[in-house]
Write a protein that binds this ligand. Structure first.
Ligand SMILES: Nc1ncnc2c1ncn2[C@@H]1O[C@H](COP(=O)(O)OP(=O)(O)OP(=O)(O)O)[C@@H](O)[C@H]1O
Length: 804
């Protein structure tokens, strides 16, 4: 193996199998293909069809997909919104249109996705297409992304972005007068525009800007849960396509006490929505005692032949339900797929530790899945479920929104998410997971209603209309609008308040004003909004014109270019400026404090806080003192006293508590260890790292715009790199590959795959053999992701050389 790797590493650039280090533009076959073979598959080379078959098992498109792809509007490049039930196959249509943009129209494209983990998964799943078809894929998530992006001459680029990064990318392209390079923007989960917070407002701001500035960029939005399509259609001036297609039929049930009712969601009469179907009992007396809600009974009706997903209201409940099921399942479940279960447990054993609940549940083919688990743990569980080793997963609602894990039977343990009653849209997303295409002949959903007060509300939940998607621009008393205005003035799209109304008429909010009249706040009045931006030093009057024009201040410019929340930019500026007077650089603690997100608030456990302060090294203690953390205050709080006379800066103290967690992770302590020391979920700590890397990347852009903060640039650049990987230098190149985390990187390194080139030139079979718990499909995706990354680096260097 070692010899083969060395041989790979030393291959000359002309080697047949190593096509990544060529000096000529890669993929000449693709270039030929595009000229000779364009068109047969929705305007694309027939190779795309072959690849969909081999890589995804998709032999032909569904009827609705064909109809949608051949719409006149789509052919003419008009904006499009399409809405179909969960698992209807929406992504394929978007991907075909993206390929068409990149390969045929030779323009770049943006794919906007809601979470960092989904961005990385998408990149992995598209990497093989990119390698075979000859386009580049770049990650814009957490700490990654370059603004403005590098200009590519040879190949077109697909930017796969989180919402925030997509907006920053658009701003940077507008500023550089390069927005026309973007031929297409695809927004997945378009209903998030109505989420009611910063993310929804950012989607609206970004799309409005794109439509205003670029006449040619096509916008495509998709969703499973949109009710007020006409509003969105008007906002995006889009064609709309809807269909009720589901690859597998769905039978929907509600269980109240021991009665099961069948749902008729089509009927207009609410009284007729539930029809008695059958009674349900318990298989044994023991089950009757331990499972009053009949969860185990419902599960036992389908497993082990089929699979079952159980949505629970809270994370803790997921774990408890998993434990309860295992306690009551017959012991013969322990005898099935023993080898595969052992292998899964080995995979989950990270740094010598394994979650005790999973250790007890997996032998029964059961697991839980929520954001408290690390990404690696979640991935192993998802794979185990897909491969049939697990037949039951208890999970929170996030699984319905994020991961494509269908089940024969979906059980909703209660119509609540956390403490709130769930929305129709959330309910539809969960039941949409019932029925595995190509495996199950039908899907079934069971909603368990145990509280009498929920029974009336449930009738609307199962048959009422999906909630209207309302603009989020006015969230937090008009904050989205103020941010939009700052963006517009910063980009010089508008200069005077009188221009605002014209621009404003293009927002989603504006199309809904008559519907949401009562929500129209006084802040909508531009004058008070500009006053607010003036008062926080984001904009100022342009004295050179004397016609009432505004321009951004230096701080405002840095704020909008870095997409920093303007509410914190003054505070951030002060913190950075103060830091310059006494930044402790003997260790990373002070810098880590500066990049700790202001909104990651955790209530400190004062005893833990004191212990951790006591464990700091002298240099770190000095940094804490410079930051303003007083040990005596923490000691007092730990001893149960709250010194009221002494005015403490509580947000700073709370923030530093989070910095202490970051500091340990940064020093290479495992999430397990930090999780135990601070009693915080492992998934939270992983997110903390990626949020800190993202915030640091925004701070870097912020400091680049403010000369007085120049000293931070190289420090933060280095910090982002280390924050993203938190590991020894040898692992960094491997962890640059999207989705490769520390455990996998360590496995690769210890098997001799030390560089990107080693992985990019490996054979999938060889990788599978050397790396535990890596399927052939994952190996192929890993190799393709490494190739794409390497090709991108090579191409960048070549272009730099040519520029010289
Ligand atoms: N034409 C097709 N033939 C066979 N399988 C398909 C086809 N189109 C899509 N699929 C598969 O169906 C599954 C669900 O598709 P996809 O995730 O695109 O659904 P979706 O509508 O985007 O769902 P969600 O609302 O969950 O995002 C995927 O595994 C996908 O590969």
């Amino acid at each position: 193996m070692k010899d083969r790797l060395l041989e790979n590493a030393h291959r000359t650039p002309t080697s047949k199998t190593s096509n990544i280090l060529r000096t000529k533009p890669p993929h000449p076959p693709t270039q030929q293909l595009l000229t000779q073979d364009i068109g047969p598959y929705y305007g694309l080379p027939s190779k795309v069809k072959t690849l969909l078959g081999t890589l995804r098992g998709i032999k032909s498109v569904y009827d609705w997909q064909h109809k949608c792809l051949t719409l006149d509007g789509v052919k003419e490049g008009r904006n499009l919104i399409y809405s179909l039930p969960t698992s209807g196959g929406k992504t394929l249509v978007a991907e075909i249109l993206i390929f068409r943009e990149l390969l045929c129209k030779k323009k770049d494209a943006v794919f906007v996705l809601p979470f960092v983990a989904i961005v990385q998964e998408k990149i992995q799943s598209l990497a093989q297409f990119a390698v075979e078809l000859g386009f580049l894929v770049e990650e814009y998530a957490a700490g990654k992304g370059r603004f403005p992006p590098r200009k590519r001459r040879k190949r077109n680029v697909l930017y796969v972005c989180t919402i925030e990064k997509a907006n920053t990318l658009v701003n940077s392209l507008v500023e550089a007068s390069r927005l026309s390079e973007l031929g297409l923007i695809v927004v997945d989960e378009l209903h998030m525009i109505g989420e009611g917070g910063r993310r929804g407002s950012t989607i609206e701001t970004m799309l409005t800007k794109v439509m205003h500035v670029s006449g040619s960029t096509q916008i495509i939005g998709m969703s499973a849960t949109l009710s007020n399509l006409p509003d969105l259609q008007k906002f995006l001036n889009a064609d709309v396509f809807t269909d009720n297609f589901r690859p597998v039929a769905l039978d929907e049930f509600v269980k109240v006490a021991d009665s099961v009712f069948k749902v008729d969601s089509a009927t207009l009469c609410p009284e007729e929505r539930l029809e008695f179907h059958r009674m349900i009992g318990h298989q044994t007396k023991e089950i009757a005692k331990g499972d009053t809600d009949h969860i185990v009974s419902l599960v036992l009706e389908v497993i082990p032949q089929h699979s079952c997903l159980i949505f629970c209201p809270t994370k803790k409940n997921c774990e408890n339900v998993a434990k309860m099921i295992c306690k009551l399942l017959p012991r013969n479940f322990l005898e099935q797929k023993v080898k595969q279960k052992i292998s899964m447990l080995e995979g989950l054993c990270n740094e010598g530790e394994i979650c005790q609940v999973l250790r007890g549940a997996i032998p029964y083919g059961v697991a839980y899945h929520h954001s408290g688990l690390t990404t690696d743990e979640r991935r192993i569980i998802e794979d185990g479920y897909r491969n049939g080793v697990l037949s039951v997963i208890t999970c929170t609602s996030t699984l319905a929104a994020g991961v494509n894990l269908p089940a024969r039977r979906v059980i909703i343990r209660s119509p609540h998410i956390g403490r709130s009653f769930m929305s129709r849209s959330q309910y539809k997303q969960m039941i949409g997971r019932a029925g595995r295409a190509g495996i199950d002949t039908k899907g079934e959903s069971f909603l368990i209603v145990s509280k009498p007060q929920d029974q009336v509300k449930v009738v609307d939940l199962i048959g009422g209309p999906v909630e209207t998607c309302i603009s989020s621009l006015m969230y937090d008393s008009g904050k989205g609008f103020r941010t939009l205005l700052l963006n517009l003035i910063g980009l010089k799209i508008i200069t005077k308040t009188s221009d605002v109304l014209n621009f404003f008429s293009k927002t989603f909010f504006s199309t809904q004003i008559s519907t949401i009249q009562e929500k129209k706040p006084h802040l909508l009045e531009t004058a008070s909004t500009t006053e607010h931006l003036l008062s926080v030093n984001m904009i100022r009057m342009d004295e050179s014109t004397n016609d009432g024009s505004f321009q951004v201040t230096k701080l405002g410019n840095a704020t909008f270019k870095s997409s920093i929340d303007y509410d914190i930019s003054n505070q951030l500026y002060d913190d950075l400026k103060n830091g310059l007077q006494g930044l402790v650089l003997e260790n990373y603690l002070h810098l880590l404090y500066l990049v700790t997100p202001y909104d990651t608030m955790v209530s400190p456990d004062w005893m833990v806080y004191l212990n951790e302060i006591n464990r700091l090294e002298p240099g770190e203690l000095a940094a804490a003192t410079v930051i303003g953390i007083e040990e005596c205050y923490i000691t007092m709080r730990a001893s149960g006293r709250n010194p009221r006379k002494k005015k403490a800066n509580q947000p700073k103290i709370d923030r530093f508590y989070v910095t202490l967690m970051l500091n340990l992770l940064f020093k290479g302590k495992s999430v397990w260890e930090v999780s135990t020391r601070f009693d915080q979920p492992r998934g939270f700590l992983q997110n903390l790292l990626s949020n800190a890397a993202a915030f640091a990347s925004h701070i870097l852009l912020f400091t680049k715009e403010l000369d007085e903060l120049w000293a931070y640039q190289s420090l933060i650049e280095k910090l982002i790199q280390v924050l993203q990987y938190c590991t020894v230098a040898e692992l960094v190149p491997l962890m640059e590959i999207p989705g490769v985390r520390m455990t996998r990187a360590k496995q690769l390194l210890s098997s001799g795959f030390k560089t990107l080139a080693h992985i990019a030139t490996a054979q999938p079979g060889a990788l599978c053999q050397s790396i535990d718990h890596l399927s052939r499909k994952q190996a192929a995706q890993l190799i393709a992701s490494a190739k794409i990354l390497l090709e991108e680096k090579v191409e960048s260097l070549q272009e730099e050389v040519e520029d010289l």
